[in-house]
Design a binder for this molecule. Structure first.
Ligand code: CA
Length: 245
């Protein structure tokens, strides 16, 4: 029995925000190849920008070039390792870039399933039947404390340590991503975003804005605008992918 193809629509908006001198977030996507990603770079001077764009370039290059026979999980691990190595070796060879790194959150489409790949505290959410759910888990110090029951979610939001992430691409010689495997239903909407969005907007507010929208480009723009109106304390990136029958 032939299953109907799922088609995807995507858009992204990235903005410097109101407080930062430059934008260290990067994103990339290819609807044709079913690859979508957001990276949030960190490091002094221009290092964060270099780290996040190196990660986007490497992961896009490998995932859009994948053959039909290699299992998708193998390609993902190869892409993450290559991006990690590209950033790590560049920073080892240049003292000014020392310690640079980046988060990465990505969706890779595999027929009617998607893999969600995550390193760091950028997030993937799914909106299904008007209900927003966070799919990825933050690799941050406070989030780990919350998962261990040592801190409440409200305390985590106010913590001075909330910037500390426990996993990043490019800061160590090896990195292990989280991988989530989900079946896609027509109508599912996925949001990839940097913490500049989620620091300013509650999950409830994000859900409200996504439910109110219909055009994916417009939805990305309204999320970024709302985060700027709420303070725009950091770079803001939102990338939306929607599955349609
Ligand atoms: Ca950020």
């Amino acid at each position: 029995m032939a299953t109907a193809l799922v088609r995807y629509q995507a858009a992204a908006v990235s903005d410097r925000g109101r407080k930062r001198p430059s934008n260290e977030d990067s994103f990339g996507y290819s609807v044709e190849h079913g690859v979508y990603l957001v990276c949030d770079g960190m490091g002094g001077a221009a290092a964060g920008e270099i780290a996040s764009s190196l990660a986007v370039d490497e992961v896009m290059r490998i995932l859009t070039g994948r053959g039909a026979t290699e299992p998708v999980d193998d390609v993902i691990h190869r892409a993450i390792a290559a991006a990690n190595e590209a950033i790590y070796s560049r920073s080892e060879n240049n003292p000014r870039l020392n310690g640079m790194g980046t988060t990465l959150v990505s969706i890779v489409v595999d027929e009617r399933r998607v893999r969600i790949v995550n390193v760091g505290d950028s997030r993937c959410y799914r909106l299904r039947d008007q209900h927003l759910e966070q799919i990825s888990e933050d690799h941050s110090l406070v989030d780990e404390q919350v998962r261990l029951g040592r801190m409440t979610a409200a305390e985590a939001l106010r913590s001075p340590l909330r910037n500390v992430i426990t996993r990043a691409l490019g800061t160590q010689s090896k990195v292990t991503p989280d991988l989530f495997d989900l079946e896609v239903k027509p109508g599912d909407l996925f949001l990839l975003c940097s913490d500049g969005l989620t620091r300013e907007l509650s999950d409830g507010k994000i859900e409200e804005l996504l439910c109110a929208g219909c055009d994916v480009q417009q939805m990305c723009a309204s999320l970024v605008e709302a985060a700027n109106n709420a303070g725009g304390g950091d770079n803001i990136t939102s990338l939306i992918v929607r599955a349609e029958e």
